[in-house]
Ligand binder design. Structure first.
Ligand code: C5P
Length: 248
């Protein structure tokens, strides 16, 4: 299984939410030495395809392929198998709402084709999108407070053989407590302190990098606070420093 080093920057995943691979690579080159992984999501992948993973992995950082697969088990297994063969791939994800059979198929696919003892990417399940608040969650027919829903989905994911979850910082502590120290927790919706109060973009549930690490997150995902910053290197470094202080 892939092991992650302990340097504070390893916990920082920068979301490359760009329309073009040229723009993404140009940006990624600027900050590659300051971050642990780059996240390629549906925006960049739909524009540039698997070349995005190939080009970004050349920078030497790991890649999180954030395509949040949610389909019938057989289709998801095929997609995860294809993802697992991509260079530099360290994390890939599915939606926990796809259910146990789908997650189990994905968990089998992530290890298939990898020789025993060799590194393999880790599989994550998205619990509830961090852009959704309680009202939005209820509107789609999911009852109860987001936190208990997320904790239940994390349990389902772990039981299906998934390595960890994507969840908001608000739920990280409860997940860590319930699912143990080995279960990976990746938290998006992270905003540096000075931004978290008033500039959340479309994220409904946000927290600072410090709060994320203190709550038990292994990785934090940050997009716009770094990619749209006037000085992306300074923005990334400030977050790495905050991670380091929180881990000290
Ligand atoms: O720009 P920002 O920091 O809000 O970007 C967060 C990134 O994390 C986006 O790429 C978004 O797709 C992703 N994400 C999220 N919530 C999840 C899973 C992934 O915001 N539950």
């Amino acid at each position: 299984m892939t092991t992650f080093d302990a340097h504070p920057r390893s916990s920082l995943i920068v979301a490359l939410d760009f329309d073009s691979l040229t723009a993404a690579v140009k940006f990624a080159q600027q900050v590659a030495d300051l971050v642990g992984m780059f996240k390629i999501g549906s925006q960049l992948f739909t524009n540039a395809g698997p070349d995005a993973v190939r080009e970004i992995s050349k920078l030497g950082t790991g890649v999180f392929l954030d395509l949040k697969f949610h389909d019938i088990p057989n289709t998801v297994a095929g997609a995860v198998l294809a993802a697992a063969a991509m260079p530099g791939l360290q994390l890939v994800n599915v939606h926990a709402l796809g259910g146990t059979a789908m997650m189990r198929a994905a968990a089998q696919a992530i290890s298939a084709g990898v020789p025993m003892g060799a590194d393999r990417a880790r599989l994550l399940a998205v619990t509830v999108l961090t852009s959704m608040d309680q009202k939005a969650i209820r509107e789609v027919g999911i009852g109860g407070p987001p936190k208990s829903r997320v904790v239940k989905l994390a349990k389902l994911a772990q039981e299906a053989g998934v390595d960890g979850v994507v969840a908001s910082v608000q739920e990280a502590k409860a997940i860590r407590k319930a699912r143990g120290p080995e279960f990976l927790i990746v938290t998006p919706g992270v905003r540096p302190k000075e931004q978290s109060a008033d500039d959340k973009d479309d994220q409904a549930r946000t927290a600072t990098p410090r709060e994320a690490i203190k709550a038990g997150a292994d990785f934090i995902v940050v997009g716009r606070p770094i990619i749209a910053a006037a000085d992306p290197r300074a923005a990334a470094q400030a977050i790495v420093d905050e991670i380091a202080a929180a881990k000290a």
